[in-house]
Design a protein around this ligand. Structure first.
Ligand code: MLT
Ligand code: MN
Ligand code: ZN
Length: 275
């Protein structure tokens, strides 16, 4: 299995267009150690040429220019064969608009996410006017619900429901339901290795910890350094957990937690810009 990190920033990117925090300022002035990041998205492939896009960020156009692809065989061709969404947040879905010239295309998402994108942020009905748009392939909403992606026959996918948050535009904001946020476990049947991907983690349940303990590679929520980071920069009174993310530092932080897992690779993604 190939995993290509297209973007590792949280919503807003790094630097964020209207942000003059120390970090965003440093990346603009080319300060050593600061590199720009585009918004949250990865791609998964078996052959390194045909990809499942996991989350479609508003930076997709720039990101796709970096994605490896095979020889061009027709006038219109894309290495992206299908899209999967882990939630219906803006940073993960607005790229679907940019992909419209490539429709129809399969869209793997839970019924909850499909509902959000049909009613409260109706991207799917709007995009159906481009060659039938996105063809919903429903994902299970229960723990370890498995599914297949036809062009990735060697990969076994399972859905891990996560407690994070529903998008700000959703009536379920601050009261998320099963299916609003999922993590993805991907096992390569040929090599036996596995990936766990979760850009938004708001709570660690025993089921989730058991899944994370099995993964060879963890690609997980690194949004906030501290619980009250947004308050310290004077941006919001909301805590990391209110926004559906667990902080990295401290006693129960993600860094300490991850230290106890056997995974050979532990990588933080979806990193926000202030501090
Ligand atoms: C999040 O991950 O909490 C959201 O994507 C933030 C946003 O609305 O950009
Ligand atoms: Mn996000
Ligand atoms: Zn900033």
């Amino acid at each position: 299995m190939y995993v290509f990190v297209l973007g590792s920033a949280a919503g807003g990117g790094f630097p964020q267009w209207n942000c003059h925090c120390q970090n965003c300022s440093n990346v603009r002035t080319g300060h050593p150690g600061y590199r720009p990041r585009t918004q949250s998205s990865i791609a998964i492939s078996e052959d390194g040429m045909h990809w499942l896009l996991v989350n479609a960020s508003p930076d997709i156009r720039q990101q796709l220019a970096t994605l490896p692809h095979g020889p061009t065989q027709s006038v219109r061709q894309s290495p992206v064969q299908a899209v999967l969404l882990s939630d219906a947040q803006m940073d993960h879905v607005t790229g679907l608009v940019m992909l419209r010239e490539g429709y129809p295309m399969d869209l793997f998402c839970t019924p909850s996410v499909q509902q959000e994108l049909s009613q409260h942020f109706p991207l799917l009905p709007v995009l159906s006017h481009w060659n039938d748009g996105l063809l919903h392939q429903p994902l299970p909403e229960h723990h370890n619900g498995s599914f297949q992606v036809s062009f990735l026959p060697e990969l076994a996918f399972s859905v891990i429901p996560l407690r994070s948050n529903a998008p700000p535009y959703s009536p379920r904001r601050d009261a998320p339901q099963a299916g609003d946020n999922i993590g993805l476990m991907v096992r390569d049947r040929k090599t036996g290795t596995s990936l766990f991907y979760a850009p938004g983690l708001g709570e660690l349940t025993p089921e989730l910890l058991a899944v994370m303990a099995q993964a060879d590679c963890l690609l997980v929520d690194g949004t906030f350094w501290s619980e009250d980071e947004m308050r310290l920069v004077g941006l919001s009174h909301k805590q990391a957990r209110d926004l559906g993310h667990l902080p990295l530092e401290g006693k129960d932080g993600m860094i300490e937690l991850l230290a106890g897992f056997p995974a050979a690779r532990k990588i933080f993604i979806h990193i926000i810009n202030p501090a």
